[in-house]
Design a protein. Sequence first.
Lengths: 292, 292
Amino acid sequence: MEIKIAEYSGYCFGVKRALKLTMEAIEKNGNKNKKIFTIGSIIHNPGVKEELSKKGLISVNKVEEIGNKSIFIIRSHGMAPYLINKIRKEKEAEIVDTTCPFVKKVQSKAGLLSKNGYFVVIIGNKDHPEVLGIKGCILNKKYAVIESEEDAEKLRCRKKIGVVIQTTQTKEKLFVIVNKLLDKTGELLINNTICDTTGKMQLSTRKLAGEVDIMIIVGGRQSANTRHLKEISEKINESTYHIENYREVKPEWFINKKRAGISGGASTPIKDIIDVKKAIEELQYIQKNKNL
Amino acid sequence: MEIKIAEYSGYCFGVKRALKLTMEAIEKNGNKNKKIFTIGSIIHNPGVKEELSKKGLISVNKVEEIGNKSIFIIRSHGMAPYLINKIRKEKEAEIVDTTCPFVKKVQSKAGLLSKNGYFVVIIGNKDHPEVLGIKGCILNKKYAVIESEEDAEKLRCRKKIGVVIQTTQTKEKLFVIVNKLLDKTGELLINNTICDTTGKMQLSTRKLAGEVDIMIIVGGRQSANTRHLKEISEKINESTYHIENYREVKPEWFINKKRAGISGGASTPIKDIIDVKKAIEELQYIQKNKNL
């Protein structure tokens, strides 16, 4: 079996940077013995989460659980400014900000739109931490989070609508929602804040899905951008499977298939992708020996 | 045969206003005996053009042909400010401005976009007087006139693109071109300047085209909005005919048809629409008597 890996897949710039800053904070803290907290996962990948937890990173669910005078790491998805201030003041925590610079740009664009009198539409997943952080940057709470065409349809008309989009969304979603929004306002300002890498990953996954008989998408089930790669792939190739790691690979998927493709999201370590490739090769080896 | 007229058809607000201002200028001039000029037609309707010409309105093709110390009428489509100034200064003409207020809004939005650093995209017909006027309001000549998806495809990428659209274009065209422009910039500011009446006319023509066996669109062949009504109608009803007046109605169009619809553009006098209705009724009367 021929196995191909998508040209762009695995850790993006923002994820690499967040992990680097987190590792530096952990190492720098070595002697000081402060506790290091984060809310949720630094990146949406269970394997990486476990590894960082072993190194001492404590992942909690809310501000109240953060220890006093600790180190607090803002993850790559960013965070609402009022929450960061709360942690700084109430917990007297030292803040390490690993927010992806592309996410920072979305936050500042959203803030600017609301400052300039636009009703802000955030295209994205309502509960995704990146979206929660963006919401926190809008001054007057004049915003709506739009997940689908149907959401956009329900929006009432406004004089000026400004749009930002979660960095890991698809261009296709931007298109269909913009078409609906054109009916809701006379002035529509669109900031296409989908990040470059996301676009390239989507493009190379789409390309590969058309060239192979089976596609394996590797990455956390919580990872929005990995889920989008799965959606894109299965539109072109119905034999698409989303797995978190090589242990989930199933032999029956590969029956009568000649070419397999692998892609991974921005939060997927390249090692995980290589492990899946090895697992498929191993399956073939076992199969071959069985047939002898 | 049942004959229906589209709910919204015939003279729009801007056209009525332009004709009223022109008639007032002609009447007011009665004794003074100044010559009255316009470039092109006040509105795109040959019948109206002829009528105004009989009342003394002289339609010329360029500034050089305008008489000195005359009265100059800016037609409803508007005009580039530098040309108006030229006529005022070089010809010492008294200016009567009948520019449609909706067109004035497009001109000011286009000017504001260029002032704010946007590359301006004007969606419209390259040679239409409204578009020529809008172009004249853009400060630094940083603009492109886009007629089609293909035009938009060819545009090179820009940091900020601002969009205005000729008042009489269709929303469908705005949608497809906006989708292409999203690939050309990170910041896209869309002013949907299609005028309300245009939208209503298009909607009621589309509705009627679906209810009848034959559609007659009445209006000048130079009239952009009338041509768009024809395009909209023929997508739904292939028996669509665009005529300038009742004399062009052909008996053979109505063979085996039971229901006819009539619609007219913003520059079509309601009288022309009624005349077409009468012509169809007359055809039927002749046909009936033939059969007896």
